[in-house]
Design a binder for this molecule. Structure first.
Ligand SMILES: *Cc1c(COP(=O)(O)O)cnc(C)c1O
Length: 392
């Protein structure tokens, strides 16, 4: 019997490891926009690169295999993948969306879909009862993102899939924070997996890309039609960069997740840190669900300092992480959600969700973990103690 390779081996040894024409051990970048048809009547596999391109196809088939799907699609950005997948909705449909969804997805749902007669409701996806209560007869899609940004809330994927199936709705899941190295939503019954490949999949802060994967042929045909119609396809150089990044996905996530765990534990013990959000911590409310549905806890954590002044002081003094939006790269990336990813959200709404002015998000990279902890420690030494905290 043939042995089924493990995930880290599959990242390197797949259908695309050697080019069949030349034996090249790197996928050739095919720039052609159009393809000569050798026969008047029977056309070749490729005709025009928006409809199909061998380099993009290599990435699409690779991500489909890694997610356990039948068909993958590569787009010019994560938002292009998400927007195109949402074209599966029609006028009169309703979509139920997790309330701490990525800001760009929030914008598409509230400002674009609404103009085409598609209704929406935001709900706390970690609250099964609230999900059940908000499903309507015309609900076509339930949209999840887990763990969520920036508070790493964990949705019980199986529970939501069960509700969706009982009501005949499709489920979409943004798997950007986990990647198939840690979480395989299609295996749990999800219909469409979405990615910002800009983050962990490519992993080097040097490409913007998006992916979608389905496990149903019919759904794949529809999504292909919208990919080709909408045309937000990924360019070939960028497809190659994502393929290159994917080869090290497993080792990158393994090391970054281990470091994230160590940093989370360090922060948890630090008197100037008021709260630490990381699903790997036993006190995290989603810890057990995360363990039951994923193979790890990921490389992103958030922590709360007293106020904006404390966050400013920390950012001013920290030396290793870059201070930027985005995440999932070889270098650690620190961000301030209140002023960055969630700046567009009204303040009361932001605070209601726990995204306070003292909250910082850290995407842990590949630096030595002791260096990272030492850096965090020295930066925290400049943060003023809050009297109520020091009195504890
Ligand atoms: C970055 C991100 C997106 C958007 O992807 P782009 O590649 O920036 O368009 C979507 N979802 C999540 C969770 C993200 O982090």
């Amino acid at each position: 019997m043939e042995r089924e390779w493990s995930f880290s081996t599959k990242l390197l040894h797949n259908e695309w490891k050697v080019d069949r024409a030349t034996g090249a051990v790197s996928v050739p970048i095919q720039h052609a926009s159009t393809f000569h048809q050798f026969d008047f009547d029977s056309f070749g596999k490729y005709d025009y690169s928006r409809s199909g391109n061998p380099t993009r196809e290599a990435l699409e088939e690779t991500i489909a295999a890694l997610e356990g799907g039948v068909r993958g699609f590569a787009f010019a950005s994560g938002m292009a993948a998400i927007s195109t997948a949402l074209l599966l909705l029609s006028k009169g449909d309703h979509v139920l969306v997790t309330e701490d969804v990525y800001g760009g997805t929030y914008r598409i749902v509230t400002e674009v879909l609404s103009r085409f007669g598609i209704d929406y409701t935001f709900v706390d996806m970690t609250d099964r009862k609230a999900v059940a209560e908000n499903i309507r007869p015309n609900t076509k899609v339930i949209y999840m993102e887990t763990p969520s940004n920036p508070l790493l809330k964990v949705t019980d994927i199986r529970a939501v899939v069960e509700l969706a199936k009982a009501h005949g709705c499709l489920t979409f899941l943004d798997n950007t924070f986990m990647t198939p190295a840690l979480q395989r939503p299609l295996d749990l019954g999800v219909d469409v997996v979405l990615h910002s490949a800009t983050k962990f999949l490519a992993g080097h802060s040097d490409v913007v890309a998006g992916l979608a994967v389905v496990k149903d042929e019919e759904l794949g045909k529809q999504l292909y039609k919208w990919q080709n119609a909408f045309g937000a396809v990924l360019g070939v150089q960028d497809a190659w960069l994502v393929l290159r990044g994917l080869k090290t996905l497993h080792v990158r996530l393994k090391q970054s997740s281990e470091s994230a765990m160590a940093i989370a534990e360090y922060l948890l013990r630090h008197p100037k840190v008021e709260e630490v959000y990381y699903p790997g911590l036993a006190n995290h409310p989603g810890h057990d669900i995360q363990r039951s549905q994923a193979a790890g806890f990921g490389a992103v954590l958030s922590f709360r300092l007293a106020d904006e002044e404390a966050a400013r002081t920390f950012v001013r003094h920290v030396r290793l992480p870059v201070f930027a939006v985005s995440l999932g790269a070889v270098e650690s990336i620190l961000s301030h959600p209140a002023k960055m990813s969630h700046a567009a959200m009204p303040k009361e709404e932001r605070l209601r969700r726990g995204i306070t002015d003292g909250l910082l998000r850290l995407s842990v990279g590949l630096e030595d973990v002791n260096d990272l902890i030492a850096d965090v420690e020295q930066a925290l030494s400049f943060v003023k103690e809050r009297p109520s905290i020091s009195a504890r």
